[in-house]
Design a protein around this ligand. Structure first.
Ligand code: IVH
Length: 645
């Protein structure tokens, strides 16, 4: 980049206009600007001041007056990588070419293209965007410490790689950002390059265009000699790929960058040219995905578990598979709607996924199976007829079902922190008719409990004492949550308690008032109030046995209680297969999250429904580097957050 001459402020309108035209052409036509965005903006501003009617300004239009954030067309499309989940698939791929393989870690950052002109100046940097056009992030990339802004003069060329946030830096910034990848994406889109530079991004190079090489290894050597930091790399034979991959798995926690797989490429560039690419990915490269997160398996059976609200939830029984170090045999299939939407059948080859401690779930169906899945005709717990209601299958017992009872009691005990009532004891006590509903906890007598096997006097007394202790004072928010009203989780209970203070006031609340509370929408407000009304008898009986509900004393300005999705925003596109969009928004809000109105840089997630077309929101979100969640990933995240709430 060249500085503006010292006398530029003396230029007249004609000269300014000619300069802007020249820079436009170098930027747009040659993709080789010679001045910085900042200086370009200064020229445009000056021209606007001396001749606001200059033809070049009219032609540019207001939105083009500044180049930051503008689209950059890639000289070669930026493709994706094909994926392999096991050694067999990887070796099958490697069978298609001759010679060695290059192994590199797949960095979980933001793909970036950087162009240099023939004088060696860094001229444009862009995000991947939709692969054809990306977003101009030149000013920020110029501030990444290990990206040279000037290299040896020679020919115009392009380097590609991953911008990432080193883990050590992420830990220093702990608490400010959700994860290193989002932090990097956000910092790259920063309007102020100083602020972007403060984040401490780095760049790993994995490709070079415009220079002749014969092997990948020579490419990396060239890159290092020209001041770049190539991604770490190693030549491997076919019998070493699995061992190489496992070494990365073992090192994962100690690396200073996050990885989500290991990339293998044919080392020989002649072989690469011979193999070519599809519209989506090059055939000479593949990502061996970390099985810590996802792995292929076979869906062997579907079991239906009964939730405390009487919904029969399908659970996939899969051939044992290792995810994040644990052997998994059961995966969440969310609901009947998802089973239908995915066209799932028994014997299907599926990909199971587990992220950040979330309950494992179905990520994708790779190959259909050979046996149809039917919704159950009866509740597996109480044998009452089961009924398909849209995407859900429900037990029609109206609550008179052992499994539902145990679910309700377990939820109540957990919410009130009544210790000692695990699923096994609850099952015993429900089967014996000792416990029916939560009120029965408060009528338990040690003499009755000691009649059960393995229940000694000490344990029985302890359980009764636990119940008595809890009865003496339950905070309002805890009491509300314990009722098990759909939608009334930790966040919504906290909001109601902080606003209304007493149980009587909550019970007298109207839908109009509740809608106005933070994090409540119309659907959630109606759901919660109807749910509370349905529990009126239970509430009265709990009070009658002497449960003391303590008024809320949160200071008035404390705001709503935090939920697990606090600080996260969700926007929906396409049609959700498993639930209505309004319900999804309500569930997000009930967990402290926000339902966003449009795509913006602040958006945490764009959720793509499994049905219909995603359209412009998706394009925009991808352009802005917003994390995109497929519907099943969203459901898994939601369920994990609900379990936490
Ligand atoms: S090779 C077709 N090597 O993974 C692109 N890519 O899913 C081939 N990535 O957007 C690139 N680490 O930004 C390659 N060591 C690595 C990589 C890597 C991360 C990203 C890349 C691309 C995505 C493909």
């Amino acid at each position: 980049m060249q500085p503006l001459p010292s006398n530029w402020e003396t230029w007249d309108a004609d000269r300014l206009e000619a300069e802007v035209r020249g820079h436009n052409a170098r930027y747009w036509d040659d993709a080789a600007p010679t001045i910085s965005d900042y200086d370009y903006d200064r020229l445009v501003e000056r021209l606007k001041a001396v001749n606001p009617n200059a033809a070049v300004l009219q032609a540019m239009g207001p939105s083009d007056a500044t180049r930051a954030g503008n689209a950059v067309t890639h000289q070669n499309p930026m493709l994706s990588l094909d994926k392999a989940y096991d050694e067999d698939a990887l070796l099958k791929w490697a069978d298609k070419f001759e010679g060695l393989l290059v192994m590199t870690p797949k960095i979980d950052g933001v793909a970036c293209s950087i162009r240099y002109d023939a004088t060696g100046h860094l001229v444009v940097a862009a995000t991947r965007g939709n692969g054809i056009t990306g977003e101009d992030i030149t000013a920020n990339v110029m501030r990444i410490a290990n990206v040279p802004t000037q290299i040896e003069a020679g020919q115009a060329l392009e380097v590609r790689g991953e911008v990432y946030l080193p883990m050590a830096r992420f830990r220093e910034l702990e608490g400010q950002f959700a994860n290193p990848r989002n932090t990097a994406a956000g910092a790259l889109k920063q309007k102020d390059p100083d602020k972007s530079a403060q984040v401490g991004l780095r760049f790993f190079l994995y490709d070079v265009y415009g220079v002749e090489f014969d092997t990948e290894i020579h490419k990396f050597e060239w890159a290092a000699a020209h001041g770049f930091s190539p991604v770490e790399h190693e030549l491997v034979r076919r019998d070493q790929v699995q061992e190489g991959y496992e070494r990365y798995v073992a090192r994962r926690a100690d690396l200073d960058f996050e990885i989500d797989g290991v990339v293998f490429k044919a080392d020989d560039l002649d072989e690469q040219r011979r193999l070519g690419a599809t519209a989506h990915h090059p055939r000479y490269a593949i990502a061996y995905k970390l099985q810590g997160d996802s792995a292929p398996t076979i869906l062997e059976d579907v079991e239906w578990s009964v939730s405390r609200n009487g919904v029969l939830t399908p659970v996939g029984i899969v051939a044992p598979v290792k995810l994040s170090g644990a052997v998994v045999t059961r995966i969440s299939l969310a609901n009947w709607g998802l089973v239908k939407a995915k066209g799932l059948s028994l014997g299907a080859e599926v990909v199971a996924m587990r992220r950040g401690g979330v309950i494992p779930y179905l990520e994708a169906v790779v190959k259909p199976g050979d046996r149809e899945i039917h919704p159950p005709s009866n509740c597996p717990a109480c044998d009452s007829p089961a009924e398909v209601d849209g995407d859900f299958v429900r037990c029609t017992s109206g609550g008179d079902c052992g499994a539902q009872r145990i679910g309700v009691l377990s939820h109540f005990a957990k919410a009130l922190e009544i210790e000692g009532f695990g699923e096994i004891w609850l099952t015993t006590l429900v089967s014996a008719g000792v416990l029916h509903d939560p009120v029965d906890f408060f009528a338990l007598k040690a003499e009755r409990l000691t009649q059960f096997d393995r229940m000694g006097e000490t344990l029985a007394n302890k359980l009764v004492a636990e119940v008595e202790k809890v009865k003496a004072g339950v905070p309002l928010a805890t009491f509300l949550k314990a009722l098990g009203v759909p939608g009334l989780g930790k966040t919504a209970s906290g909001t109601l308690a902080a606003h209304y203070r007493t149980l009587e006031a909550v019970r007298a609340a109207t839908p109009e008032q509740v809608v106005a509370l933070p994090k409540f929408g119309e659907l959630l407000a109606a759901q919660v109030l109807e749910g509370l009304a349905a529990k009126a008898d239970l509430i009265d009986r709990l009070l009658a046995v002497g449960v003391v509900v303590q008024p809320d004393e949160t200071p008035a300005d404390a705001g709503p209680t935090d939920g697990p999705l606090n600080g996260q925003s969700f926007l929906f596109t396409a049609t959700l297969a498993a639930m209505k969009r309004g319900d999804a928004q309500d569930r997000v809000k009930a967990l402290g999250g926000e339902a966003a109105a449009g795509v913006s840089k602040k958006l945490t997630y764009l959720v793509v429904g499994a049905e219909g077309k995603a359209g412009s929101k998706l394009t925009k979100a991808e352009k802005m580097g917003v994390k995109v969640l497929q519907e099943d990933e969203f459901i898994a995240l939601l369920e994990a957050a609900e379990a936490e709430a």
